[in-house]
Design a protein around this ligand. Structure first.
Ligand SMILES: [Zn+2]
Length: 506
């Protein structure tokens, strides 16, 4: 029977990469055999060196899953579920993972997080192969060196549905997709048998950390409140962000604004996002140097970035937190109708997106000022991506994108390939023949065709032109989200707001 070597391969893989104890091998083998509906066994030699060299389980896992499909043990649509079930047999349990993580953390926070991330990849929880299928590029021509990914792993979210979810009480179990109760849960779209979280204490509350299975960047994860309570950004939130970077000084951590259209896709459950990545906004320099009489030791500036960002840095944690809280409280109630900023109507509109990191023993907090008001001209948001850019991105612009890393919907991979054919003249463009899901790109296609002139482009040129156009649109979207535009009027308005905080240009 040819399947036995595959069973042996997975067991050896788990010994080599997942800390499967020698004493657990027979037990794990029998559980695997039961899942495969086999009741005898013949031990085979496998290529131990090759298995030790693997960086992910795909090649040892796939033959077992295919065997299950071919033998009618599972249907084709249950592949991911079954793979999770098998991996879970050979993985450490949550408490053992936490013990290991804490042991490592006592020596080095970076080592602990590196280990947990690697364990996530090795256990097939972090879908490295799927992530690598995403299109990804750095926008070289843009002012702020934006990074763009077309994410083929996750479905496109809808702002109205996100806002709606906030109103309706969810009776389902788990209450939402990031609840702690997802650990080991596997039903519907949530296949989380191998999810392993580790506990955090933030602001005296119980939280936990988990990596994202479809990471947007290196070691991308979320810190999540252990209770299913709605997102908020208040004084305590800022303390929690600082607690996080004390626990993990190598990561940035940020909290989305807690309002629809300018927040993340999950507003119903309090959480932060972070990871080991220097975001494009972090690399942006100073636009206006600032000073405060009350906080002379805090370095402050307006960041030279598309949207409206205040950067504060200081080694005195308590004072920096105090001032950041003041900025939050002041912005929450600040209106300036000359630049369309209305803090609240019958609902709250102003909110901040704070992002904290540490560098050279200094804390740095970037505070992005946001507003989610709508009007007749912009029913989706005055400071949201404007309608002419919704063919590229209509979802809410959360903190990852506000910092210049765009996560665009997967449909664009297919749609841009179609547009390419028009530019290379492989397919003749005509408005009447546009497929229904391509109609949204009409203006963009016609613009690109006009720019290309009468000749036909090579596939490489066509790809480049499309990317350049997407880069430009992403820049425009960020400008749309700026509450203070970078013109004379906007700059003056920004300084008027800062004056309320006792801050002026240096
Ligand atoms: Zn939840």
């Amino acid at each position: 029977m040819l399947i036995y070597p595959s069973v042996e391969s997975l067991l050896y893989y788990a010994q080599a990469h997942l800390l499967l104890d020698d004493l657990d091998v027979i037990w794990a083998r029998n559980l695997l055999l039961d899942e495969l509906r086999l009741h005898d066994y013949v031990q085979y030699e496998v290529d131990y060196d090759a298995i030790e060299a693997l960086d992910r389980p795909d090649t040892v896992l796939e033959p077992l899953v295919s065997y299950a499909v071919e033998n009618g043990i599972i249907t084709e649509d249950k592949r991911e579920y079954f793979a999770g079930k098998l991996m879970n047999i050979v993985c450490k349990r949550p408490a053992e993972v936490t013990d290991m993580f804490n042991d490592l953390h006592n020596r080095s926070a970076a080592k602990a997080f590196d280990w947990l991330y690697d364990y996530g990849i090795k256990s097939d929880y972090i879908k490295l192969t799927k992530i690598s299928e995403n299109l990804k590029w750095e926008a070289k021509g843009t002012r702020g060196k934006l990074e763009i990914t077309v994410n083929t792993c996750r479905p496109e979210k809808n702002n109205k549905a996100t806002a709606e979810a906030l109103k309706t009480k969810n009776e389902s179990y788990p209450a939402c997709s990031i609840c702690k109760e997802n650990e080991g849960f596997a039903y519907g779209g949530q296949i989380r048998q191998t999810l392993r979280t580790v506990p955090l204490t933030l602001g005296g509350e119980e939280w936990f950390w988990q990596f994202s299975p479809y990471a947007y960047f290196n070691q991308h994860g979320i810190a999540v409140n252990s209770e299913h309570v709605p997102m908020k950004v208040d004084d305590a939130t800022i303390v929690k962000l600082f607690d996080f970077v004390d626990f993990m000084p190598n990561y940035f951590i940020g909290c989305n604004a807690a309002l629809p259209r300018i927040g993340g896709s999950v507003l119903t459950h309090d959480h932060f996002q972070g990871g080991a990545k220097q975001m494009p906004m972090h690399k942006a320099g100073t636009l206006v140097r600032l000073k405060s009489k009350e906080y002379p030791y805090i370095d402050m500036c307006i960041v030279d970035w598309y949207n409206s960002v205040l950067r504060l840095s200081c080694s005195n944690r308590a004072k920096l937190i105090e001032f950041a809280q003041k900025v939050n409280a002041t912005w929450e109630n600040y209106s300036d109708e000359s630049v369309d900023i209305v803090a609240k109507t019958d609902e709250q509109h102003n909110a901040i997106t704070p992002i904290v990191r540490k560098a050279d023993d200094k804390y740095i907090i970037d505070i992005i000022l946001r507003n989610n008001r709508t009007d007749k001209t912009y029913p989706d948001g005055i400071f949201h991506a404007h309608p002419e850019y919704h063919n590229i991105k209509s979802e809410s612009i959360g903190l990852i994108e506000a910092m210049g890393l765009f996560v665009l919907p997967g449909r664009l991979a297919r749609q841009t390939a179609e547009i390419e054919k028009y530019l290379t003249k492989e397919v003749k463009y005509s408005e009447a023949n546009l497929a229904p899901d391509m109609v949204c790109h009409k203006a963009m296609i016609e613009k690109l065709l006009k720019e290309a002139g009468s000749g036909k482009l090579s596939p490489a040129e066509a790809k480049l032109n499309i990317k350049d156009e997407i880069n430009r649109v992403c820049e425009e979207i960020l400008v749309n989200t700026a509450v203070f535009k970078q013109d004379e009027q906007g700059r003056a308005a920004f300084l008027r707001f800062l004056a309320v905080l006792g801050v002026e240009a240096k």
